[in-house]
Design a protein around this ligand. Structure first.
Ligand code: AMP
Ligand code: MG
Length: 505
């Protein structure tokens, strides 16, 4: 048992300290019966936490919200956001609380926050709660993204509450402990901009700079530069999403971080057969957040950030200075597609086995990648396996790749072009090229049917074994091992055709 005198976390709460008035201090709700369902041992270690203490009854009480740990200053953050294009001036943490911040072993400041910890002053009509299934979903997708090298918030723990949560039916309740490099969102800036509170907006921007871009501190055009940094991080992030077939599903401005981490795994899903129009979210009936729209939406969201930061940008109080600020901010937003395309192509070149940057042929390689995607689309080929089997083709064996294509003739023509391009790339052995490609093209992604199956077992039967097996496969996405083979298989097409994800549950 953990002694009460030893703190679980060594908190250092800059948000609470530096941003008084940007939040409401609030306590997590008491729950009936805390029980730890999941603890992220690797992440606990990164954060310098004691896993045995977290696994004790006292640890479970902390992770479910019943005991506020020493040094925590729980608070609900205020933020606004454009949701499906419409502006809500006040959203805020309606079922979340920032518990505090810790400095991890590498010296990085990390937020520890709850999701599902009860109503707050921002809850509007909501119950402030979360269910076991969606919180374990955050674990699976977040850990998968992390293993794929994609910036993401991560789950530290999920604790069952022993209480029901009422959705379409009664579901077991849970609290997620989430770790993020911050919870600053585009919507956090929008909140103060919309209220015309420019002093607070400036204070927030200074905080964001100190936290995420400390090299910009004190620079003359730092708010414009901050916008540029966020654009750069988001360009890289969205390119990484696109290169693994990830569909976030609810890219509202309150779900876009300043840090460049993926946040809020609600109705997200990974694509199976390649289709730019792929949408899974039940609430996205117009396909606003479809796979292929994500870069455009990211740019749209960044334009909202630009608008929010604009009042801070003019160098002096004159019309000329204001016009110039608009021009400069607009230039950053217009520059986003090029940043994104460059990041996308870097990833695609790795996936194509053309990683030698000195030999880059920007236009030619982009056309090669686009034609490949066109082939996958035309023939309904599984995105993940298509890329993965291309690595086998690089090693000299086309058979598994061909088997994915109903009409292999078009594939053979493309393969000839690709091989010619590979040969121009110098003296890499086929096996070395294939090895490099296998590090860029995962074998395992969180297949929707596998995720659902694991969540159903946990939620409906309290059976965590499928969740744990899936998690261990997702944590090792690049290695082909016989024990994980079933996780690499696409869902039956009929199942994918009617697959839907549900938000906010
Ligand atoms: P999300 O879709 O999870 O990003 O949430 C969007 C907004 O709705 C945020 O302000 C959340 O805090 C709020 N929200 C979502 N679900 C609930 C809930 N069950 N109770 C209260 N607020 C919620
Ligand atoms: Mg959200």
């Amino acid at each position: 048992m953990q002694s009460p005198s030893i703190p679980l976390f060594r908190f250092d709460n800059s948000y609470a300290r530096d941003l008084e008035g940007f939040y409401v201090r609030w306590k997590p709700a008491q729950v009936a019966q805390p029980r730890l369902l999941f603890l992220n041992l690797a992440l606990a270690d990164e954060l310098g936490l004691d896993p045995a203490a977290l696994q004790s009854a006292q640890g479970a009480a902390v992770l479910a919200g019943n005991t506020v740990p020493e040094g925590a200053e729980p608070l609900a953050q205020a933020y606004a956001g454009h949701q499906f294009g419409g502006f809500s001036p006040q959203l805020g943490d309606g079922r979340a609380l920032l518990l505090g911040e810790v400095i991890d072993r590498q010296g990085r400041r990390r937020d520890i926050a709850f999701k599902g910890s009860g109503r707050t002053p921002f809850s509007r009509g909501g119950d402030g709660k979360a269910a076991v299934g969606p919180m374990l979903r955050e674990v699976l997708i977040g850990e998968a993204m992390h293993a794929l090298g994609i910036p993401t918030t991560r789950a530290l723990a999920v604790a069952a509450t022993g209480e029901p949560v009422y959705r379409e039916k009664a579901l077991p309740g849970a609290v997620l402990a989430r770790v993020a490099s911050s919870h600053l969102r585009v919507g956090t800036f929008q909140f103060y901009a919309a209220r015309g509170e420019h002093d607070k907006l400036r204070q927030l921007a200074e905080y964001a700079i100190a936290r995420h871009d400390p090299d910009l501190a004190g620079a003359p055009q730092r708010y414009l530069a901050l916008l540029g940094r966020v654009a750069q991080r988001q360009a890289r992030l969205i390119a990484q999403w696109m290169n693994v077939g990830f569909i976030h599903g609810v890219m509202n401005t309150d779900n876009m971080t300043i840090s460049g981490e993926t946040i809020d795994y609600g109705p997200c899903a990974f694509m199976e057969a390649y289709d730019p129009q792929a949408v899974f979210s039940s609430i996205d009936s117009n396909g606003r957040y479809a796979y292929g729209n994500q870069p455009v939406i990211a740019q749209w969201n960044l334009a909202r950030l630009a608008e929010a930061l604009l009042p801070l940008m003019p160098q002096e109080d004159s019309k000329e200075a204001a016009d110039r600020a608009v021009e400069q901010a607009t230039a950053v937003i217009h520059g986003f597609p090029a940043l994104y395309q460059a990041a996308l192509l870097r990833g695609q070149r790795d996936k194509l086995g053309l990683a030698d940057a000195a030999q880059a042929d920007e236009a030619g390689d982009a056309a090669l990648a686009n034609d490949w995607l066109g082939l996958l689309h035309a023939q309904g080929v599984d995105f993940t396996l298509g890329w993965r089997r291309l690595a086998d083709a690089a090693a000299g064996d086309d058979s598994l790749l061909r088997a994915l294509f109903p009409e292999p003739q078009a594939l053979l023509e493309w393969l000839a072009r690709w091989r010619a391009r590979c040969e121009m790339q110098g003296a890499i052995s086929p096996e070395a090229r294939a090895q490099g490609m296998r590090r860029a093209n995962p074998w395992i992604i969180p297949r929707n049917h596998r995720v659902e199956e694991a969540l159903a077992a946990a939620s409906e039967r309290d059976d965590l074994a499928p969740f744990e097996r899936l998690l261990s496969a997702l944590r090792n996405p690049y290695e082909e091992t016989p024990e994980h083979a079933s996780y690499a298989e696409p869902a039956p097409a009929a199942l994918t055709a009617c697959y839907q994800t549900f938000c906010g549950t």
